[in-house]
Design a protein around this ligand. Structure first.
Ligand SMILES: [Zn+2]
Length: 137
């Protein structure tokens, strides 16, 4: 039994969430290796550069592909780090509590979005940045 931050998560639910997360990790990692090379240290990736040949058209194509890879690598890496963070939270017994208000995140939300780190009401709240832009006016 895991009780922390006032959030109770039964082990059966955590196990199934962990399974979902590991599956997601597997999918993201298999996508990542197609567009990026894993660096020797840590969980970092860098976009692949595909050498298609010598011609000018090929060079343009290479750049386009590389730019796509950069974007893909960025978004996939972000998902992967969220997945890893959620998995770490399961291990630490902190999974399922909102990182902002510490309340329990709705189970249905967690089932739909296993990497969710905020409850729905916090996720929908405008971020600090909005206030900053307001002050700057
Ligand atoms: Zn919250």
């Amino acid at each position: 039994m895991l009780i922390r931050c006032g959030v109770y998560m039964d082990s059966k639910f955590l196990k199934s969430q962990e399974k979902l997360l590991l599956k997601q990790k597997e999918i993201v990692e298999s996508d990542l290796v197609q567009v990026a090379n894993k660096k020797k240290t840590g969980e970092k990736y860098e976009p692949k550069f595909i050498d298609l040949g010598q011609g000018n058209d090929d060079a343009a194509q290479e750049v386009t592909t590389y730019e796509e890879y950069i974007i893909l690598e960025k978004s996939l890496s972000r998902v992967l780090s969220n997945v890893n963070r959620a998995l770490a939270k399961i291990k630490k017994g902190r999974y399922g509590s909102c990182e902002t208000c510490k309340k329990e995140i709705n189970r249905e939300r967690l089932k739909a979005v296993p990497i969710a780190s905020q409850c729905l009401s916090c996720a929908n709240k405008p971020r600090r940045g909005f206030r900053w832009t307001f002050w700057k006016r």
